[in-house]
Design a binder for this molecule. Structure first.
Ligand SMILES: *Cc1c(COP(=O)(O)O)cnc(C)c1O
Length: 393
């Protein structure tokens, strides 16, 4: 079974590049050049040097003793929350800014929902002295003021998207439109393993440093590079894709993706795409997405802005369809409780996205000697308001 992209840009039945004709030149340029650029020695050297000196990699693989005692397994936390800017997203933006430079681009655009990817993009643009525009739904700009100001401090121009619901989907449309009008001097940094080929494969490759490090670290600590379980939350799926990448062909490693069940799977207010989604086309690729009978994209819901997305990346759709990855879910309440629990047992306040992964530890029957790695995708500082509003601590 092949879990990686084929030469047509597909993962099994999913993927491809479903784009307006006006975008062909941009996508073709990337499709033809991305592999030779990112596999080049000088690229790899600069990428890994920045990951080390700027991002702070390798991130620790931390044995969580008290959590392990509670769930009767050997639980490790892969500490992506300790990356510069507080989450895994910077691994991808570092990779893409280096790619943009080698393609001769002078400007960068990005879309953002909660603002985390926008901040990671604004950060690398400041680092490289590149001009940056981030599109953000007007409603999201009001809800995520601190991240808007972070981007502005970093020198990025934040442009409100005022169409539709004025959220992530509309910001993505505006970014695409901008790119069509500025094809030669601008690179579009997509923030997850979504979008037309080659983005899903390219972003997964940049994030795969997570599982590369895990293997090395497990080998040192446990004398065996293979864990029994890897757990990661799935919004678009980039932190999960990176955490699974180097284990995909080792079928004895159980891979578990965790989606947001919002107010409950049957409540009409969730973002559990593998449970509720059907094949369709979203943001340039064929994948699973939540849609109405007549194919209109359904509004997703989750307490966590990073998981509040109506689709998943095409590789995850394939991993779900083939059964290679098992998908579980956690509700808002389960995630919030798990976030408080991790804070109290390990002294780590997780992002609410990440807390969804912690929440399913109680739903899996482990053996006492099972080695379990939870990808701790981000830290909870950005979510303080949500913790306070939830209040039960
Ligand atoms: C954005 C984000 C996610 C969700 O995005 P993926 O592409 O699914 O990884 C998860 N955790 C954190 C901390 C995030 O910022």
């Amino acid at each position: 079974m092949n879990y990686h992209v084929d030469e047509r840009g597909y993962f099994g039945n999913f993927g491809g590049a479903y784009i307006p004709e006006m975008l062909y030149p941009n996508i073709e340029e990337l499709w033809e050049n991305y592999l030779s650029i990112i596999q080049h020695d000088s690229f790899q050297q600069e990428f890994h040097q920045l990951l080390r000196d700027y991002v702070g990699r390798p991130t620790p693989l931390y044995f969580a003793a008290r959590l392990s005692e509670q769930y009767r397994a050997k639980i490790y936390l892969k500490r992506e929350d300790l990356c510069h800017t507080g989450a895994h997203k910077i691994n991808n933006t570092i990779g893409q800014i280096l790619l943009a430079k080698r393609l001769g681009k002078q400007k960068v655009i990005a879309e953002t929902g909660a603002g985390q990817h926008g901040v990671a993009t604004a950060t690398v643009c400041a680092l490289m002295g590149m001009e940056c525009i981030v599109y953000m739904g007007q409603l999201d700009m009001e809800r995520q003021r601190p991240n808007v100001e972070r981007m502005r401090i970093l020198g990025t121009k934040v442009v409100p998207a005022t169409s539709g619901n004025m959220t992530l989907k509309d910001a993505t449309n505006e970014a695409m439109r901008h790119w069509i009008n500025h094809p030669t001097d601008t690179h579009y940094i997509i923030g997850s393993v979504v979008g037309p080929h080659p983005y899903p494969d390219m972003v997964a490759r940049f994030q795969s440093v997570i599982s590369e490090e895990m293997k090395k670290q497990l080998n040192e600590i446990e004398g065996n590079p293979y864990p029994d379980y890897v757990l990661a939350c799935v919004g678009g799926g980039s932190n999960a894709a990176g955490a699974f990448y180097h284990f995909l062909n080792d079928e004895h490693v159980n891979l578990i993706g965790i989606e947001a069940a919002g107010h409950g799977l049957t409540s009409g207010e969730s973002a559990a795409t593998t449970v509720l989604g059907k094949p369709g086309v979203l943001h340039g690729s064929k994948t699973l997405l939540m849609q109405t009978e007549d194919g209109q994209v359904e509004e997703p819901y989750s307490i966590s802005a990073g998981l509040d997305y109506p689709g998943i990346g095409p590789q995850h759709a394939h991993l779900f369809e083939t059964g290679r990855v098992q998908f579980l879910s956690a509700t808002d309440d389960e995630a919030m409780q798990a976030g408080i629990e991790l804070s109290r047992t390990e002294g780590v306040i997780p992002a609410i996205e990440t807390a969804h992964a912690i929440a399913v530890l109680s739903k899996i029957e482990f053996n006492p000697d099972d080695v379990v790695v939870v990808n701790l995708s981000g830290r909870g500082d950005k979510d303080l308001e949500t913790y306070i509003r939830w209040g039960k601590y």
